[in-house]
Design a protein around this ligand. Sequence first.
Ligand code: URA
Length: 261
Amino acid sequence: MSSNSDPTYYHIGFGRADLGERPPTLAVISGDPGRARKIARDYLDGAETLSENRGLNSYVGRLPTGQRILSTTSGMGAPSLSIVVNELVQVGVTTILRIGTTGGIQDGVDVGSVVVSSAAHTRQGAARDIAPEGFPASADPFLTVELAKAAEGLGIDHRVGVTASVDTFYEGQERSASSANPHLLRRHLGLTEELRHLGVLNFEMEAGTLFTMGLVYGFRAGCVCGVIAQRSDNEHVDLEAKKRAVDGAIRTALKAAEAFA
Ligand code: URA
């Protein structure tokens, strides 16, 4: 149990004292607590539960190369991620690698493949609490290269480039047919096409705030997402392809993690 000088952090539910003599310095983070648990149990060796608090579950386990890493839940969206990331940094984490899901908006960003985000066009309120409008949101370049090399080496279909990070799954990603709210604000109408013309690869909901935090707080940040929707002509999430896409993102992230853990 943690002492007062080594507090148990309120949201993540553990502290430095729970991490042992050689605490892990790398965390992979997933929005879904089930994915954080699956990564620990199915992809890491000797997984142990650190906490299952408020759905922000955290586990610790070993990579095949022996280093201990954390598998933690960010929760959905940037506000939740910002809290978890803040507390992870306080327990000594220096590399944070998001493993997420995403919707592709370019031809060739196919369902089942993965996207490695080199930077994010950040349309997120949480990021603006941390750094002003116009502040860059770029991933750690070395971690990004390692992610690309990992995907290449594993034979996983991948693209590397700019991601649009937004606060909402429906309005902010120009979904109306599948949404309870068919009335999009004018600034969202045509957004997907506009971003496509700017060369943006995909929509997701956390990377921009993670990258902003990495630059401001001084930790290494990266992101790899499995593509579960192709937004060129529909709003549909492909649950059949999700397993393959997420498995590709997890294997890419854990391979790259070997170089930084
Ligand atoms: N996650 C998102 O944010 N958007 C998608 O389309 C799929 C997953």
